[in-house]
Ligand binder design. Sequence first.
Ligand code: GDP
Ligand code: MN
Length: 387
Amino acid sequence: MDLLEYQGKQLFARHGLKVSAGQAVGSVEEALGAAAQIGYPVVVKAQVLTGGRGKAGGVKLAGDEAELREHAHNILGMDIRGHVVHTLWIEHASDIAAEYYAAVLLDRPAKRPLVIFSVEGGVDIEQVAKASPEKVVRRHVDPLQGLSHEQALVIAREGGADADVLDGIADALVALYEVWAQEDATLAEINPLIVTPQREVQALDAKVSLDGNALFRHPENEGLSDVENEDPIERRAREQGVQYVKLDGDIGILGNGAGLVMSTLDVVAQAGGSPANFLDAGGGSDAQKISQAVQLILANEAVKAVLFNIFGGITRCDEVARGLIAAFEQITPNVPFVVRLDGTNDVEGRRLLQEAELPNVYTAKTMNEAAENVVALASGRGVGAPA
Ligand code: GDP
Ligand code: MN
């Protein structure tokens, strides 16, 4: 779960990292009101889940009301690489003496947290890492010990931070590590981490990703998802407790269990099709859950055919069949369904489907057959008689 800059900064502030005072706003008038409280000069910053906003014109300094009005007006509604700006962050502008880079992330192969630090911060850290890798310090942290002030000092010194700010940088690194560890983040990045002319260290930007699976441990962070920019069907799915990810194709996929759904995506792709979504109905899928899932899949108008791939275990195939029949009572899909039932009560499930005589529903015995049929149906070719 990626956070907007201002949400990341709120987490930073909670852990003692210095950030500039600011307010999130949604209109030019609100921006003017915020700046009047914060005090000019201010920075107007597009809140979208993509980097390089500065280069795209989404970060502007405003010295007075007229400038703020102009920039806020221009940035609201701006499209930054496919992300439309609905929210601005207005913060008191900072004076910059140096721009550094700092990040904490999980190094999966090493199974350890990794601290990255460079005095060549600013906009293009990837460029620095490529052109002069010696300017980027990378150090692992023992997850049981955490990052000590001493180790952080060594990192700051190795990176070549100015001597008078070594302590300040080390404090910032320790605080950033705390954000990463205590908030269950997968990434906590500051670019730039600035040194002001008064030699204070401050986070000017924030990129934080939280582990969605650990969110239950942080009820206070639940409101942080980017609700405004979330796909509406994905939001509905989340609210219903269904695992749903929107993809770009035209074949709706439902399976039970993430592993089965992933292999279904592969088999459909192999048959020449393109999945429209990933939907895991989970174990023990009852009729109501199946009915909800069908409605979620059909809410995506790109879907031309749907594949149900159920391997019965805890989930009983007859329950799934009942769910499908119940769903068809509430909505009349205008796209064909291919249903593959295997495992617990599969015979009973197929019998129920046959008796219900659902229009446009085809059954298949194997996953390959199901995939080939659904791809044929999505492309407008027939596959013989319905179930
Ligand atoms: P990004 O382009 O999406 O990474 O957005 P940033 O928040 O990192 O801002 C981009 C650049 O704008 C920074 O590297 C700074 O050079 C500049 N900038 C942002 N805020 C301020 C500020 O308060 N004062 C000054 N002088 N420059 C700023
Ligand atoms: Mn940045």
